[in-house]
Design a protein around this ligand. Structure first.
Ligand code: COA
Ligand code: MG
Length: 314
């Protein structure tokens, strides 16, 4: 890989978030498995996968887990219950105590849902780098995605990432699951557009049928092509395909290296467009190429030999 690619790594690709595995905080056996799994990030769920009677026990599990297992190399996110529920305040206090990388807020409807939590974390003296992730899973959340993302730009905002939740969106709207996700694609793209406008990232929704590897792989391929950084997962069997499809393909790495080399040629320093084998390549493609190579490097650092895993889809 070209040396120039590492000089100014763009912030949007600073972390790998190809595979974001959700684990119910009540499930100790699943928690114990995490250190052996090759996912980029883990969401410790205190919300929908934990029954009301088990919320306190789930919090205790997380206390014990965070004390014992730092999970090096994996981003750690705790999904809390809504602050308006009976559990949200205690969940948020736990977040301030455990200091994960981020807290994931369910059913974010409007910018204030994020700023309220940001303010409370600051009041609780949470470190500045404790980020906020937002579930976009309600009709209002999708409609307000741009305004919510924009609020992430205000000083002191901790907003970092959106996660789309199609299960809740389907429940609210009546849109049925269909191959190709025909009717929800406009919403998904609206979320991708919102994060792109304000320098955040978006994670694609979970896929429930974890035994259907073929349909899952197709959805990963689609999510990657849409511009999602990765996918929220529910089962370890989904990690490998997500890592493959949300990482750059072999052909894309070769193409990016060719673009970087073309702009590194003597005399190309003042050119904004070059001819690459009969195709026009602009400086904007150089920026894209550098991002892609940076991501490939991060993957290579994590799992040597895995960056250029061959796959057929674009
Ligand atoms: N994280 C870590 N380990 C997991 C896991 C997860 N999300 N899901 C399953 N496992 C483990 C199981 O504990 C089991 O481990 P073992 O071999 O040591 O017994 C192994 O993977 C195989 O699991 P399997 O028997 O196929 O599934 P299951 O019946 O135990 O669990 C689900 C199926 C769907 C209940 C479970 O995957 C799950 O709870 N997923 C997450 C749900 C969630 O977070 N929902 C909220 C977000 S939508
Ligand atoms: Mg939900």
């Amino acid at each position: 890989m070209s040396q120039s690619a590492s000089q100014n790594p763009p912030s949007r690709t600073a972390r790998l978030r190809r595979s974001v595995l959700s684990v119910p905080a009540i499930n100790r056996r699943a928690l114990d498995k995490l250190s052996s799994l090759d996912c980029d990030a883990v969401i410790f769920d205190l919300e929908d996968s934990v029954s009301p009677e088990k919320k306190a026990e789930a919090r205790e599990n997380l206390r014990a887990f965070f004390a014992a297992s730092p999970l090096p190399g994996k981003e750690r996110i705790i999904r809390i219950n809504a602050l308006s529920s009976n559990f949200g305040a205690e969940d948020l206090a736990l977040v301030a105590e455990l200091e994960p990388d981020a807290v994931l807020l369910p059913k974010v409807d409007e910018p204030q849902d994020v700023t309220d939590v940001s303010d409370r974390l600051t009041e609780a003296d949470a470190p500045e780098d404790l980020r906020i992730w937002a579930m976009i899973e309600t009709p209002r959340g999708v409609l307000n995605a741009a305004a919510i993302a924009e609020a992430g730009r205000t000083a002191g905002s901790r907003l970092d990432c959106f996660v789309v939740g199609l299960n809740d969106l389907r429940k609210e709207t009546g849109v049925l699951p269909q191959p190709g996700r025909t009717y929800v694609v406009p919403w998904l793209m609206q979320v991708v557009l919102a994060v792109s406008a304000y320098g955040l990232e978006a994670i694609d929704s979970v896929f429930n049928d974890f035994k259907d590897a073929e349909a899952f792989t197709a959805e990963c391929s689609q999510g990657g092509a849409m511009g999602f950084a990765g996918k929220m997962l529910i089962h370890p069997s989904q990690i490998e395909a997500a890592n493959r499809h949300f990482g750059p393909a072999e052909a894309a790495i070769a193409e990016a290296e060719a673009i970087i080399s073309a702009f590194a040629e003597p005399g190309a320093g003042t050119l904004n467009v070059v001819n690459l084998g009969g195709r026009m390549v602009e400086r904007l493609h150089l920026v894209q190429a550098e991002r892609l190579i940076h991501k490939a490097r991060l993957i290579e650092q994590r799992s040597p030999g895995a960056a250029a895993a061959p796959r057929t889809e674009a």
